[in-house]
Design a protein around this ligand. Structure first.
Ligand code: FES
Length: 361
């Protein structure tokens, strides 16, 4: 039965559009789309990016692989049609997802890739279409799209179609405002089910935390939860933060509201706003100094300490660490009063100063 369904031409495209329509309908009925604060640049970026990805970028990558493969290794075409479907499906899906995990993680840790992925986090609302907010070049270089083309060329098209349908279902639902996992966390009987599920697939709570603005809400982890379909990679590589709550706010700490053309076509089109990371002249500079800073803190108040040395609000984080491997440190004031905080970023008791700066040359 499944095999017969997968025989239908473009079944994956039809079902992905069906999934989008389903979530779009539910978000509309629930009033979210009508009350959305998205501006025209958000809409153009999200809808335009989805159609360009589906009708231009993916087909172009797959066609390139077929063209190259038919010249270099014509005998390899259809090789996988003789291999067990389940094996092809599992190998395709697991490799696809681990490739995407590392590509996504690199996009948060590498300065250039971050500029291509920044648009995804500029969204200040979640929603099913947020899934497709990225620069065109981000998708062109996405290793798992090339992997899709490669497996399809080898004859694994049906396995790819099934994988794409399941994966898009998880990805779209984890970006949606329809938090299907919420009732599970609230019901003691259902809670064990979601606790098990979140250890396997990406749930809305897990992925919303990745889109949260700052760790200050004790829910968000914009520098973790990089998984797309499976959460196993985050658990394996130490970047998982599980939560049953949702962020207080979404987006970037230092949002420069880049226009859709700048966000989608970077580096061909750059921003005229000198504050934007997408501006030709933009440069992150080290702002930390050797001397500690004396700062008034309040008891039981949460603070985010900058560890990258690039923040413009030292010693606190302003989001400048995106595109580097650094993460801010969340801490609470222990008492009301002035404390000496590290600003050389070398202290062994961060955020507090331990006089490590005195050892600097
Ligand atoms: S600006 Fe966030 S860690 Fe430095």
């Amino acid at each position: 039965m499944l095999q017969q369904i997968l025989e239908i031409d473009n079944i994956d495209a039809y079902l992905v559009i069906g999934i989008l329509l389903l979530f779009g309908t539910i978000e509309t009925i629930s009033g979210f789309l009508l009350s959305s604060k998205r501006n025209k640049h958000d809409w153009i970026q999200e809808i335009g990016s989805f159609f360009a990805l589906s009708t231009l970028i993916k087909p172009a990558i797959v066609a390139t692989i077929f063209f190259t493969g038919s010249i270099l290794a014509p005998k390899a075409a259809s090789y996988l049609t003789h291999v067990n479907f389940l094996i092809v499906f599992l190998v395709y899906l697991l490799i696809d997802d681990v490739l995407q995990y590392w590509y996504h993680r690199s996009a948060h840790e590498n300065a250039f890739l971050w500029k291509l992925h920044r648009a995804h986090h500029q969204a200040e609302e979640m929603g099913f279409f947020v899934s497709y907010r990225n620069a065109a070049l981000y998708y062109l270089m996405m290793p798992n799209i090339w992997w899709v083309g490669f497996i399809t060329f080898l004859g694994g098209g049906k396995a790819v179609a099934l994988g794409l349908i399941l994966k898009q279902l998880v990805i779209i639902s984890s970006h949606s405002t329809i938090k299907w996992d919420k009732p599970f966390y609230q019901n003691p009987v259902l809670k064990p089910i979601i606790r098990l599920l979140e250890r396997i697939i990406i749930t809305p709570a897990f992925h919303h935390a990745h889109h949260g603005k700052s760790k200050l809400d004790s829910v968000s982890d914009p520098n973790g939860n990089f998984g797309n379909m499976f959460s196993i990679w985050d658990q394996l590589f130490g970047t998982a933060t599980f939560t049953k709550s949702y962020p207080a706010s979404y987006g970037l700490q230092n949002n420069t509201n880049d226009k859709w053309a700048e966000a989608y076509l970077y580096p061909i089109i750059k921003s005229n706003n000198e504050q934007s990371e997408l501006a030709a002249t933009f440069k992150k500079v080290k702002t930390s100094t050797a001397e500690p800073l004396y700062v008034a803190l309040e008891k039981d108040t949460k603070y985010l300490f900058c560890q990258c040395g690039l923040s413009n609000t030292q010693p606190f984080c302003d989001g400048s660490h995106h595109g580097t491997k650094f993460k801010p440190l969340l801490f609470e004031g222990k008492r009301n009063g002035t404390v000496k905080l590290c600003n050389c970023k070398l202290s062994k008791v961060k955020p507090y100063c331990d006089n490590s700066h005195l050892n600097l040359p």
